[in-house]
Design a protein around this ligand. Sequence first.
Ligand SMILES: *Cc1c(COP(=O)(O)O)cnc(C)c1O
Length: 450
Amino acid sequence: MRDLLSDSAQRAIAYLEGLEDRAVAPSAAAIADLAQLDGPLPAHSTPPEDVLRQLDALGSPATMAMGGRRFFGFIIGGALPVTLAANWLAGAWDQNSALYNVTPATAKLEQLALSWLLDLFGLPADCGGGFVTGATVANFTALAAARHGVLARAGWDVEADGLIGGPPVTVIVGEEAHSTLFKALGLVGLGRKRVVRVPVDRQGRMRADALPPINGPTIVCAQAGNLHSGAFDPLADICDWAHAAGAWVHVDGAFGLWAAAVPSLAYLTPGLADADSWGTDFHKWLNVPYDSGLAVVRDRDALRAAMSITAEYLPTDSPNRNPSDFVPELSRRARGVEVWAALRHLGRAGIVDLIERTCRHARRFAEGLQAAGYEVLNDVVLNQVCVAFGDAATTNRVIAAIQADGTCWAGPTVWQGRAAMRISVSSWATTEEDVERSLGAMIRVAGAGK
Ligand SMILES: *Cc1c(COP(=O)(O)O)cnc(C)c1O
């Protein structure tokens, strides 16, 4: 075991150290080599060291260098070394972290991480929270609590009786709500399409002057951090309007919630703390390993009602927090351990620095691309930049060429009718030099296609 695990650590370290010298996207040859994995289920055993050798030889070269310094796709960072190290150790612990009485160390670390996070985000200390796999499931989890909350007020027990035959629930969303929010709405039985859509402005923010009247049990889904612009919905107006009518406000803050930790970004977040529930990611801006996110619900009992179970064989009676009371899963890995490690390592100042630094890098991208004559479509308020290199065909050709060049990686999108490249700066590791080098590559590649 010792040799195997040491070999694994050595290979992982060599992989990470090699990220700087390779193209960000895997080569066509490396992808083609994955075919060597094909074949039937082995009839007999293979020595573990051979399994690991094959995994490294074929798997490592065919990865996208997402943990590297010049990956700007989606909105994802790379694991901070301390979080990867904590992940390895917690993996060795192999704790099924459902219940405090059974796995006290991991339950305690998640409890502590949650209280630090509520403090960091300026949310009430007695909120309920669950460590889930990402913002999709955070939204799903919070929406299940929201469904409980608005229907309990209408005298309906949705956990016992389901939605069928109950009072209808109105769901109000912004026109640019994230696609995964609609999936979460579908999963909780509220429907992907059965929503009232609020029109948005040029930055994708819900228009405060276009909020509809509210009648009956209602959930409003607002956004802190638009996928394309980073913009925030007018949360203070939304909370005032929704709460006056007894509605529940959920905020999808997959990356934007982190602005609440940063004094210089406070101008973006008025009203954020007045909402009823929030979802966020850790594997985006906190730079922890996948898969990791958080659902927070002001009414802890509503979250618990939606998520908890009892069974004779489970020692659930504890004055301490049982992680599984607040998440969809029972058996689960303690993903909060890595979150704890990141928070313990960075501290408040380190988190503020991480967010401010990546926002500064994003502004530099926007400035450099604009100076080179390309059109930045959004106001760069956070870490998102949407750039058009010309018409849709030109923009898509340039994006493909940038990806093929290998210096950096950013992906395509269509936003408010325009084809664009999205640059998200989310990694702890990206330096000013990386930004300049990547900008240089983008401008060179875009210019070469003219
Ligand atoms: C990334 C993102 C999601 C989905 O998060 P996952 O971690 O991929 O599940 C939801 N909403 C917004 C605004 C996002 O940026």
